[in-house]
Design a binder for this molecule. Structure first.
Ligand code: AMP
Length: 359
């Protein structure tokens, strides 16, 4: 299929803030957007939409028939829903990316199979396998559910062997993996777009900080020396190529520092636009959302260079109540997602502060 002309309709599964920002980017290129979601989220404010369950494959197929290409804004799209859409229209990124991203065990094995470093890990299904895993990996370690974990949810830290039973209880005995605790200097992410013809382009690699397991800030320039940044981008490119990926992929990595035997350890990837790339909205001519839309529409990827240094700060829960001060702050680029209830831990918006780049 060649490039979709302006006026075509992009179908997006999911109605959160990522879907909202994708919709706005699509509109800038003259596309229409039709969202399908089981909840009425912030993307509904800016797009045509259908409210329906993800397990109603008949409705999903009918919806897909009304759009020209299908993409998604969250990685837990049920595979059957993606397959129902794929029978009618191209789904980008494809099913392989979804399958790998939905199960930490498949994901870790896949990343490892590409020759990339990951934390030591072992499969855990019960107390016996957890005991065996702890014996081989040691402590400290982290028990993570294989499915449906995000923002640090579905995880239990094990500092000492004696905490094993409590950790298994904390994740309700769900199928899991045990990961060795990686000693890292900081966390970074690669935001790479892969076009339909296989060409790729990556944004600068930001430094990411987390509070309570939720992304707090992303800063560019990040901490990676140039050669290490190139390695990080190459690793993300290898993951994307192996998945025959189309769109923007975010690959989260631990940076162990310049002296480490293994400076970069891949933590996980998200087959979608990512919170750690929100600074691209204001610090680049073309943001991650537009480049994702360009790729899924079969367009060429636009330049990813930065024109400014930037610090993106998430507005979590009550942080968003500071909007009058942020709106009045010179140079602060404020993005609010239109969510009504500022519940604790809820991503309500973000603010990006720009500084001219040092030449
Ligand atoms: P995840 O859900 O895998 O992204 O984990 C959430 C956060 O927990 C990460 O951003 C890290 O800060 C931390 N974390 C996850 N896995 C490990 C690990 N194996 N070693 C050290 N820290 C980790």
């Amino acid at each position: 299929m060649s490039a979709l002309p302006p006026g075509s309709t992009i179908g997006i599964l999911g109605s959160g803030q990522l879907g909202r920002m994708l919709s706005i980017a699509a509109a800038r290129l003259g596309f229409k957007v039709h969202i399908y979601s089981d909840t009425s989220g912030p993307a509904f404010d800016v797009s045509a939409h259908t409210l329906g369950p993800y397990d109603d494959t008949g409705r999903i197929a009918a919806w897909a028939g009304e759009v020209d290409v299908v993409t998604y804004e969250f990685e837990n799209v049920p595979l059957a829903a993606a397959a129902a859409a794929a029978a009618v229209r191209p789904v980008r990124p494809g099913a392989r990316a979804l399958e790998a991203a939905q199960d930490r065990l498949i994901e870790k094995r896949f990343i490892q199979s590409l020759g990339l470093a990951v934390a030591p890990f072992a499969v855990v299904d019960d107390m016996a396998s957890l005991t065996a895993a702890l014996e081989s990996i040691g402590t400290p370690a982290i028990l993570k559910t294989r499915r449906l974990g995000y923002d640090g949810k579905g995880q239990a830290r094990i500092a000492r062997f004696e905490e094993a039973a409590a950790a298994l209880e904390a994740i309700a005995g769900a199928p899991a993996i045990l990961e060795g605790h990686v000693k890292f200097e900081c966390e970074v992410s690669v935001l790479l777009t892969r076009a339909l013809d296989g060409t790729t382009a990556s944004y600068d690699v930001p430094l990411n900080t987390h509070v309570n397991g939720i992304l707090a800030t992303s800063t560019v320039p990040g901490p990676l020396p140039d050669a290490t940044a190139r390695q990080a981008v190459e690793a993300a490119g290898r993951i994307a190529a192996a998945l025959d990926y189309v769109g923007l992929i975010a690959v989260e990595m631990f940076y162990a520092g310049p002296g480490a035997a293994q400076p970069l350890i891949v933590n996980e990837f998200a087959p979608r636009v990512h919170n750690s790339g929100h600074w691209t909205l204001d610090a680049c001519a073309v943001c991650q959302f537009e480049n994702h839309i360009r790729a899924v529409a079969g367009w060429p990827i636009a330049a990813t260079a930065r024109h400014s240094d930037a610090v993106m700060t998430n507005l979590i829960g009550a942080d968003a109540n500071e909007w009058p001060a942020l709106a009045a702050e010179s140079g602060a680029c404020l993005h609010l997602y239109g969510k009504r209830d500022a519940r604790p831990g809820r991503k309500m918006g973000h603010v990006t502060r720009l500084k001219p780049m040092k030449m």
